[in-house]
Design a protein. Structure first.
Length: 387
């Protein structure tokens, strides 16, 4: 039986247990008590506005003549987002409704989803970027969006809720030639089945084919790139859709999607014809089963979840960094990293990557509830609970 949609005064995902109503610092870390003028609320609104502006020019919109697979993916994407929020109904703007701190219950998931969604919409605005350039844009844009939210927390003098933690960082190659040629690594420290682990994935970008809009060619170097990515045990393809002029004459561009390298390999291995063996789906496998993940959903949820099939797991910063090098050379030219567990060190990971030729480009700890003292005074008294 469907449940009623919670209000801003209710909590989901257990944050009510760490935000007791008699907590004197609740107004500093409870997003449901912040009004629209709160600095963090404004930061989320900037992200939502950016997504809406890109939607107006067709980015992230389903074309009027969408294929059956494109339509199924979009329904799956929106229903998955809605299931994580207060509402159980998948609506056309569920991903817009998700760009706010309070509906998630988990503030860190909200931050990662909102910044990743804005990043995905931003990088698609430039149609001229090649595959390495667009992933470099993902690296740089996501860092800027995260920094904007972190600055908002600091300007308001508030922190993440008790028990929640986010420390983001990044490293980029300046002088060393990457070994394998993958475009980007994403590293997330999280509690996996109750234990703190770094999860690592390697990302290879691919633009959709110019003539087959929901398919991409993964046959570079006669398939050796796929074999190399598959052999790491942590490879993913990040597919960037092409611009489509639909039947109504509107330019649209669906959002980037990720598929694991083993699924892509299965498509190649089971191709009926050798002539198009390396043409694989951006959203689904060869039989039409949707198995792709929206970029923002992947960053905010899949990377922090308990699914052991996602990437590879490492117990410490040094072992995670070592997985990203071969013979002293990095596997990728850039890395995005964050820790959500509070028990792993992003800084140690960045230092280790420096030894492989990647210089630290960001070290961004978010303010924590535990850092706030009982006599702390707000820097921004906009919330009724602060007045």
């Amino acid at each position: 039986m469907p449940t009623a949609e919670p209000s801003r005064d209710e909590y989901v995902d257990g944050e009510d247990e760490i935000n007791p109503s008699d907590d004197p610092l609740r107004a500093f870390h409870d997003p449901s008590l912040w009004d629209a003028n709160h600095p963090v609320s404004r930061a989320f609104q900037r992200l939502a506005d950016e997504v809406l502006q890109r939607r107006d020019i067709g980015i992230g919109r389903l074309p009027s003549d969408a294929t059956a697979i494109e339509a199924r993916f979009e329904r799956s994407r929106l229903s998955g987002i809605a299931a994580k929020l207060a509402s159980e109904t998948a609506t056309d703007n569920a991903d817009i409704s998700a760009i706010e701190a309070w509906p998630w219950g988990n503030t860190v998931s909200a931050i990662l989803y909102a910044t990743a969604q804005a990043t995905a919409h931003h990088v698609l605005r430039d149609r001229s970027l090649d595959e390495p350039a667009v992933n470099s844009s993902v690296h740089d844009t996501l860092l800027r969006r995260l920094d904007d939210v972190a600055r908002a927390y600091r300007s308001a003098g508030c922190g993440l809720p008790a028990g929640k933690y986010l420390h983001a960082g990044a490293a980029k190659m300046e002088r060393t030639k990457d070994h394998m040629g993958a475009d980007l690594a994403i590293v997330v420290g999280a509690s996996v089945l109750g234990l703190p682990r770094f999860r690592v994935v390697l990302i290879q970008a691919k633009h959709a084919d110019a003539r087959q809009r929901d398919r991409a060619n993964v046959g570079r170097n006669e398939g050796r790139q796929l074999d190399n990515l598959l052999s790491t045990g942590m490879g993913y393809y990040l597919f960037y859709p092409r611009v489509v002029t639909d039947a109504e004459g509107c330019d649209t561009r669906l959002l980037p999607t990720l598929r694991p390298a083993p699924a892509v390999f299965a498509d190649v291995a089971t191709a009926a014809s050798t002539s198009n063996r390396y043409m694989v789906g951006c959203h689904a496998d060869r039989v039409g089963s949707v198995d792709a993940t929206d970029f923002a959903e992947f960053v905010a949820s899949r990377m922090a979840g308990d699914d052991l099939s996602v990437g590879r797991l490492f117990p410490c910063a040094q072992s995670a960094a070592a997985a990203l090098e071969v013979k002293g050379k990095p596997l990728v030219p850039q890395v995005l990293a964050c820790d959500l567990s509070g028990r792993l060190s992003v800084l140690e990971f960045l230092v280790a990557m420096r030894g492989y030729g990647l210089e630290t480009t960001a070290d961004m700890p978010f303010p924590k509830y535990e850092e706030l003292k009982s006599d702390h005074k707000p820097d921004f008294p906009s919330s009724p609970a602060m007045r």
